[in-house]
Design a protein around this ligand. Structure first.
Ligand code: PLP
Length: 440
């Protein structure tokens, strides 16, 4: 018997106390974890199909990570970077991180989350233009549907919805959003595969209407986590051209996609793109401790050399967190995880397309590597979004699979250590859940 979480004194993100009281979108109380499995207090087993908020990419019980954390705890457990302190553990982490990135990246700021890594990227980008005496370059461009975090600034830059209405700045003159190349729901009403990627032309036209001399930065996710929307190559090239022609810094938000998730070490590498700043978190610490990193290219680094950078917060560069980050980077370097993810992702996507697509509630199946989305609809022709998502959520839980259920999406983001057998199990659970849904 599965007992769902019932303590209502704890405020949780992305849900309400009253939803909890009604029993909606609850999870079982997890007591232990091993590899890609989670166990609740009654020993029911669940496949972790979402790597717990897309974090635990190498699985739940990597010994090397535990040793790195406990070893560092015994040596020196706290040392800041904020007041310019010497911190050899954070320094080692920064060097290791730079060693796996293109060599033109030269410096790293350590922080505590994906939100802070993006916020610091935008702050420093603005500082860069001030230092260059280009005070007008204050505008920030992002892409509709994107997600860059939950602070006030990042809520403004992310997709606007009812959920973040009270948290954002509501300054659409400074924070500009570009059309989203969401192929399944094409903003130009074109059919995918027959569209010649016309969204790139539409993007060009949109950019022509903006005074790009006032734009300091473009922030993007090469694959948007929200609904798993992949930016087409031609769309990326338009962004790249605009950045080159109008002196705009490019920020690649790799908080979700970094470290192999999409089948590439970093998603921007697929496009041979050269962003100026990269934002990282999640897999960077395997989700085990708070850690974010913002990485800067040579031109920003050299300008910042003389600058007293007043950013970040007290916990930044925490030795236990950065020692864990170093262990994660070593682990990532020791094996070709991206290749593994690419192969497993192709297998998983192929199975979903051949065995799940025909269900009448399945509108689209898409993704890259082990970041896959099933978009659910009431009707395949009208594409009206499927509504009974809490039922879907509960059915997945009761059938032993944690999937990321949000809007009308079911997103699978399993740890990289899954194999074909577990993928088959996930596909079979998916079929069972959709069959049960159709029965009502
Ligand atoms: C692409 C992207 N950027 C930023 C964030 C914010 O990260 P965090 O929740 O660690 O603050 C997320 C979180 O899901 C994300 O997916």
């Amino acid at each position: 018997m599965i007992k769902l979480e019932s303590n209502i004194s704890l405020l949780r993100g992305w849900t309400s106390i009253s939803a909890y009281e009604k029993g909606l979108f609850r999870f079982p109380r997890i007591k232990s974890s091993e590899g890609f499995y989670l166990y609740d207090e009654n020993n029911n087993q669940y496949i972790d199909g979402k790597s717990q908020m897309m974090n635990v990419s190498f699985g739940h019980s990597v010994k090397a990570f535990k040793e790195a954390v406990l070893g560092q705890w015994d040596e020196v457990a706290f040392m800041p970077t904020m007041d310019g302190h010497g911190n050899p553990i954070a320094e080692r982490f920064a060097d290791k991180l730079l060693s796996i990135l293109p060599p033109y990246f030269k410096s790293v700021y350590c922080s505590g989350s994906g939100t802070s890594s993006c916020e610091i990227a935008v702050q420093i980008a603005r500082d860069y233009w001030l230092l260059k005496n280009r005070e007008k370059k204050t505008k920030v461009i992002s892409i509709q549907g994107g997600y860059h975090g939950n602070s006030t600034l990042m809520s403004e830059i992310s997709e606007h919805g009812e959920f973040n209405k009270a948290y954002r700045l509501n300054d659409t003159a400074t924070y500009i959003k570009l059309i989203q190349p969401y192929c399944y729901r094409c903003p130009l009403n074109l059919a995918y595969g027959k569209c010649s990627e016309k969204c790139a032309d539409a993007l060009k036209q949109q950019l022509e209407k903006i005074d790009l001399e006032e734009v300091g930065v473009i922030i993007f996710e090469a694959v948007q986590g929200n609904g798993v929307v992949q930016l087409p190559e031609s769309y990326i090239r338009v962004l790249e051209d605009a950045a080159k022609q109008h002196d705009i810094l490019l920020i690649a938000d790799e908080v979700l996609t970094g470290f192999g998730r999409t089948g590439y070490d970093f998603a921007f590498l697929k496009y041979s793109l050269k962003p100026n700043i990269i934002c990282l978190s999640k897999t960077l610490s395997n989700g085990l401790l708070p850690l974010g990193a913002t990485v800067f290219d040579d031109k920003i680094t050299s300008l910042l050399k003389e600058r007293d950078i007043q950013i970040g917060s007290t916990q930044d560069g925490n030795p236990v967190c950065t020692a864990l980050g170093s262990a994660v980077i070593d682990y990532f370097k020791a094996e070709d995880w991206s290749l593994r993810v690419q192969k497993l992702g192709d297998y998983f996507l192929g199975k979903l397309k051949s065995e799940v697509y025909d269900f009448p509630i399945v509108g689209d199946i898409r993704g890259s590597g082990l970041l896959l989305c099933i978009e659910l609809v009431e009707d395949k022709t009208s594409k009206e979004p499927y509504l009974k998502m809490e039922n879907i959520h509960n059915l997945f839980i009761h059938n032993g699979l944690f999937a990321f259920v949000e809007s009308n999406y079911v997103v699978f983001v399993p740890p990289y250590i899954v194999d074909e057998k577990v993928i088959d199990d996930m596909v079979n659970i998916c079929k069972r859940v959709f069959q049960l849904c159709l029965k009502g």
